[in-house]
Ligand binder design. Structure first.
Ligand code: SF4
Length: 210
């Protein structure tokens, strides 16, 4: 993916799930305070993406779940869509965006799919945890994935073994791969290609399993 993102920019293919995810984030970013604003943003997103009735219904459902279950946990002084760029070493940066930081709690909205029972080995949560510590020089109160389809919030539980493996082995190996440009199409073997936005550039007309 890195190759197509940085080195060979290629028109991306947005999947239905990605479009729904973008619309959900937009509604929660601009309309989180009150339902009327959220409904207005929802309408704009449905129009912008020419969403199907089924997807528009899902967006409305996720918005309802948000106001029923999670809105009360948020505050005016929250940081929304918080971007970070943290130097790791030698001109290498950890770059990303957190959906919301609310008084030390990091929330990531997940539309569709079931969340796992435990999040101790979740790479995204580990990165957020690391980023928060680096930026604010303290531990986050929590890092949580919020499953909108299930109305469920799953907190990340830090595990030193996973953490060490990610930051001392896996990320350095990824950096090495990028520097050497020795990419392999590993997505073909772990069922990632079907939802990859670069699949046309990478695989051409080849079929991939879902
Ligand atoms: S199409 Fe598959 S192999 Fe190619 S970049 Fe995407 S996930 Fe990787």
């Amino acid at each position: 993916m890195v190759e197509y993102r940085i080195k060979k920019p290629f028109p991306v293919v947005q999947t239905k799930e990605m479009i729904l995810g973008s619309a959900v984030h937009s509604v929660f970013e601009k309309g989180w305070k009150d339902r009327d604003t959220a409904l207005q943003v929802m309408k704009e997103e449905i129009e912008k993406y020419k969403m199907t009735k089924a997807d528009a219904n899902n967006l409305a459902f996720y918005t309802d779940i948000f106001f029923l279950n999670f809105r009360h946990m948020l505050y005016d002084d929250d940081q929304i869509e918080y971007s970070f760029k943290i130097p790791l070493h030698d001109n290498v940066f950890l770059v990303g965006k957190m959906d919301r930081i609310s008084r030390g709690n990091i929330f990531d909205w997940k539309s569709g799919g079931k969340l796992p029972k435990s999040l101790s080995n979740d790479v995204q949560c580990m990165i957020y945890d690391f980023a928060y510590r680096s930026i604010f020089e303290k531990e986050p109160s929590s890092v949580c994935l919020v499953g909108l389809g299930e109305a469920r919030l799953v907190p990340f539980v830090k595990n030193e073994l996973f953490y060490r493996e990610l930051f001392t082995k896996i990320i350095p190996r990824m950096v090495k791969t990028i520097k050497n440009e020795s990419y392999e199409k590993l997505g073909m073997f772990n069922h990632s290609c079907f939802r990859c936005q670069y699949k046309n550039g990478c695989l051409g007309k080849a079929e991939v399993d879902e």
